[in-house]
Design a protein. Structure first.
Ligand code: NIG
Ligand code: FE
Length: 422
């Protein structure tokens, strides 16, 4: 039995009522807090919490780790529901090419981009991929991330896509943070199938999806639905095959063009639609009233200098907006959710309360974990961030670029121990 007590917190943030698995529309601005709070965790779960004024006291101090969080906020840890963290090599050369004026599309057309990443990955061993991805995830945990979704998509062949998903499984066994896996074989058309689009899609639907599902290697299925990548029809073929094998859909849509993928994905029951930088009114109305989560990736917009997703219109339409890093070597070489929070406030004009809900509760919901993560609620996992002494909650996204985190706890155990634990 392990127990952890956090007391004297300036506030426990995100103390949503039991049973709350997401917040949508105007309710996103409601971020419940308990000032001068305490929280008790047992065996990795939140057992009780309240205000110090009603502190019941502790009779048994054995095996109890005590944290005095005076002056510090305690927040649910960041959930990051969209990453491509298993990759072989950075693409900093493309970064310089973009500074010189080439676009993301120009770079892909001259052999860079996703295909470049796939060629590098096919040559790399599972061990090397694991070691690299593990250190990236350890950095993300220190930055407060307690749960993450990781996509394949840099393999683009049956063997290499499976290789990535096996690495994700190894990461799940090796690290304390929660990890969900997504099959993104439909990320780009590999050179072997350049003249046979239908053949590649058939390989995904008829061979890869059944095999991945049989080995339990993925939770979700994804498609990059975009001009020059995959069409709406091809996306639906992949989503239908995924659904048959129990893989819920999370899709890349509307990054550069609005092709009608959002209404189609909503109709197919997608868990989330991600990116959404280019939106038509019909895309927003398709999401309004649906249970599909729009997952926004503002650090991708920042890095590629493309438009930011219309977060305000999506919140006004009543949706449950989530935030993610999109960590990958091509469009977002950062898995730092603190930066995502700042960009959400500065560029998407989300209120700090909305951004925190989007990066915790709704982000957990976007990986089907809203029942166990994303808020400080009795029964949920005791996975949280304890901040340094900061003047307000808004100060976290406001003072961007500084490290405001003191301690990170996953399932009741510190993974980064700061001054609060001393
Ligand atoms: O989410 N847009 C598609 N996939 C990734 C980028 C992939 C890459 O450039 O390597 C994204 O931005
Ligand atoms: Fe992505």
């Amino acid at each position: 039995m392990s127990r952890l007590l956090i007391k004297n917190a300036k506030a426990l943030v995100g103390t949503h009522a039991p049973g709350t698995t997401r917040v949508a529309g105007a309710a996103m601005a409601q971020l419940p807090m308990i000032e001068q709070g305490w929280l008790l965790a047992r065996d990795g779960r939140i057992e009780a919490l309240g205000t110090m004024a009603d502190w019941p006291g502790i009779t048994d101090w054995n095996d109890l780790t005590v944290i005095d969080a005076s002056g510090r906020y305690v927040l649910p840890g960041w959930c990051d529901p969209h990453t491509h963290t298993v990759f072989a090599a950075p693409r900093d050369g493309e970064f310089v090419d973009r500074i010189k004026g080439l676009s993301y599309q120009d770079i892909a057309a001259k052999g860079g981009g996703i295909l470049n990443s796939a060629l590098r990955l096919r040559d790399m061993s599972e061990e090397d991929l694991f070691v690299q991805a593990k250190s990236r995830l350890e950095e993300m945990m220190r930055q407060g991330t307690v749960a993450v979704e990781i996509k394949s998509g840099y393999g683009l062949s049956l063997e290499s896509e499976m290789k990535i998903l096996r690495v994700v499984r190894q990461l799940r066994d090796a690290l304390p943070l929660r990890i969900k896996a997504t099959l993104l074989a439909a990320h780009a058309l590999p050179p072997e199938f350049a003249q046979d689009r239908a053949g590649y899609v058939r390989m995904i639907t008829d061979e890869l999806i059944p095999q991945v599902a049989a080995e339990g290697l993925a939770d979700f299925v994804d498609v990059f639905c975009e001009a020059d990548y995959f069409t709406v029809d091809e996306m639906i073929q992949v989503l239908v095959a995924g659904a048959v094998h129990g893989l819920h859909a999370k899709v890349h849509v509307n990054q550069f063009t609005s092709l009608g993928a959002i209404p189609a994905a909503v109709k197919a029951g997608a868990l989330s639609v991600d990116h959404l930088e280019v939106m038509e009114p019909a895309d927003i109305s398709a999401l309004s009233g649906s249970s599909t989560i729009p997952t926004l990736l503002p650090s991708c917009s920042f890095f590629l200098r493309i438009p930011y997703a219309p977060a305000r219109a999506l919140i006004d339409a009543g949706t449950a907006v989530a935030l993610a890093s999109d960590h990958n070597p091509g469009s977002t070489p950062s898995g730092n959710m603190n930066l995502v929070l700042s960009l959400a406030c500065i560029q998407l004009r989300m209120l700090p309360e909305e951004a925190v809900n989007a990066a915790t509760l709704n982000a957990a919901a976007a990986m089907d974990m809203g029942h166990e993560l994303g808020s400080l609620t009795v029964g949920k996992r005791a996975s949280c961030i304890i901040t340094k002494e900061v003047p307000s909650l808004a100060y976290l996204p406001y003072a961007f670029g500084s490290d405001h985190i003191d301690t990170v706890i996953i399932d009741g155990e510190p993974v980064r121990a700061g001054a609060a634990l001393a």
